[in-house]
Design a protein around this ligand. Structure first.
Ligand code: ZN
Length: 293
């Protein structure tokens, strides 16, 4: 039996003497916690699981201190899908729609939209990368993104069942060990062709070392210590209060007049924040004193 931590992990591997690396992500409990109580149709939940795994994979391609957000706004059956991964391995995600989605196809669920990748660091300006939603899968969108923004070839694989999601990324690194263009391309072709033989079943059920042994038993590779991932929401009473304050003085005045207090439930983790008449009145005062928006 695998240790419990193997269920929610991200594990890197590199091939010796090549500029190619990979990463395998598994989400079980973090995924279950994210979709718990949301009543998403199964295809939506599975796609959200892919987004979560993708946010982890993308976060492993950069060094940062903060959070990486993967978000799509679309005109398809799902209006918004978003997943977030912090540098500490904390995940959360959400899907929003007006009418319950009925399709199982990526291109019906998310269509006519853009995939936005935001990296919010604690210092400095946020980075934003934008890719049009083209292709029939999240994997294709991500492959396009890396080809366009970094001129690096990559491959993404996702497999999911009711309990979780597993994903693998294979990616070229900037030329360092192999400067020769032809040699570089032939290596990429070799490793990516082998990766394409991986089945969903294997990706979901085999331990990482066995997957790599199955695909690359003739290659020299190194598997790094896995990093743990957990579901954790970054909401707080203070953040909810500042979101309320952002509504403006008039809106808060209306809330006091109409309802006395207000209950706000976090969309990600369902935590309830209650603001009574006294607190709202205090917020009303603060908004007046603060800078006008
Ligand atoms: Zn929350």
């Amino acid at each position: 039996m695998q240790p419990q931590s193997a269920n929610d992990t991200s594990q890197r591997f590199i091939f010796d003497n090549t500029d190619i690396r990979g990463e395998i992500v598994r989400l079980r409990k973090s995924y279950a916690d994210t979709v718990s109580g949301k009543y998403y149709p199964e295809p939506v939940a599975r796609l959200l699981g892919q987004f979560m795994a993708a946010s982890v994979l993308l976060s492993t391609t950069i060094k940062f201190d903060g959070r990486l957000v993967l978000q799509v706004r679309s005109k398809g059956q799902v209006a918004l899908m978003m997943a977030e991964c912090t540098s500490a391995g904390e995940l959360r995600g959400i899907a929003r729609y007006d009418e319950t989605p009925t399709s199982t196809q990526f291109s019906d669920l998310l269509s006519e939209g853009t995939l936005v990748i935001t990296i919010d660091t604690r210092k400095g300006e946020p980075y934003q990368g934008i890719v049009p939603l083209e292709g029939d899968s999240l994997a294709e969108c991500l492959q396009q993104y890396f080809l366009q923004s970094e001129q690096l070839a990559s491959q993404f694989y996702f497999a999911s069942d009711r309990d979780g999601v597993a994903a693998m990324m294979l990616q070229q690194l900037p030329a360092q060990l192999q400067k020769d263009k032809d040699e570089r391309e032939s290596h990429w072709s070799h490793f990516s062709t082998l990766a394409r033989t991986l089945t969903d079943e294997e990706l979901l059920n085999l331990p990482n070392a066995d997957i790599l042994n199955r695909l690359y038993h003739q290659e020299e590779l190194r598997l790094f210590t896995p990093k743990d991932l957990i579901f954790k929401c970054s909401c707080s009473r203070e953040r909810t209060a500042s979101a309320l304050a952002a509504l403006g003085r008039q809106e808060i005045g209306n809330l006091i007049a109409e309802r006395g207090g207000i209950e706000i439930s976090c969309e990600f983790c369902a935590t309830e924040y209650n603001f009574g008449p006294g607190e709202l009145a205090l917020l009303f005062e603060q908004v007046e004193e603060g800078p006008t928006h």
